[in-house]
Design a protein. Structure first.
Length: 198
């Protein structure tokens, strides 16, 4: 996958990453963007088709305005597909640890920290990537502790709600019992007090 080849070939100064977002069919795409908008331009990796183009009407970024026509032309002539199909080469490989599905996964990158990306194109956010395995483990344990407290608070709240419902239901049962008692046994045991009007 040549996400780095694309970045180097066009001299892109923005963040270039690989992601599989649901907005684009959950297929791997090269995203060109900024820290605020990560998907200003989107290129599907499988066929090098541009799924989202830079809106040149806004004319707010000259670099992207110059980049978009080049991408359009290279999409048509096949150069973009060739770049994506090429294997990326990296100057150095530094180990970096990522937290995925309650597990620590070892990856590699050229430079640590945000907004750098791993060799497979994942943007390295500070709260999910660490340069040392110990730091990743510490973060994972800390996140687990927070999730435990949130879970316990939800369980306690549900039990309080259940207790409240049981008390309300008990009051309803007492009301029903009073009605049944009066309707069934009231004819025999409850005597009417007649008031003498004379």
């Amino acid at each position: 996958m040549g996400w780095k080849k694309v970045k180097e070939h066009y001299g892109i100064k923005h963040i270039v990453q690989v992601d599989s977002r649901s907005d684009y069919g959950k297929v791997p795409c090269i995203l060109i963007g900024s820290p605020y908008i990560g998907d200003i331009i989107v290129i599907r990796i499988s066929d090098a088709k541009i799924l989202k183009r830079y809106d040149t009407k806004s004319r707010s970024n000259e670099l992207l305005m110059e980049l978009q026509p080049k991408l359009d032309e290279d999409e048509k002539n096949g150069t973009l597909k060739q770049l994506i199909d090429e294997q990326d080469t990296f100057d150095r490989l530094l180990p970096v640890y990522n937290i995925q599905n309650r597990r620590i996964v070892k990856m590699y990158c050229e430079n640590y920290g945000y907004p750098n990306v791993t060799t497979d194109g994942q943007l390295m956010y500070e709260n999910t990537f660490a340069s040392q395995k110990r730091a990743a483990r510490h973060y994972l344990m800390h996140r687990s502790k927070i999730r435990w407290h949130i879970w316990w608070w939800h369980v306690k709240e549900r039990f309080d709600r259940i207790r409240h419902e049981i008390r309300a239901f008990r009051w309803e049962l007492e009301e029903i019992w009073d009605c049944i008692y009066v309707r069934c046994w009231g004819y025999f045991f409850v005597k009417e007090n007649k008031i003498d009007k004379s």
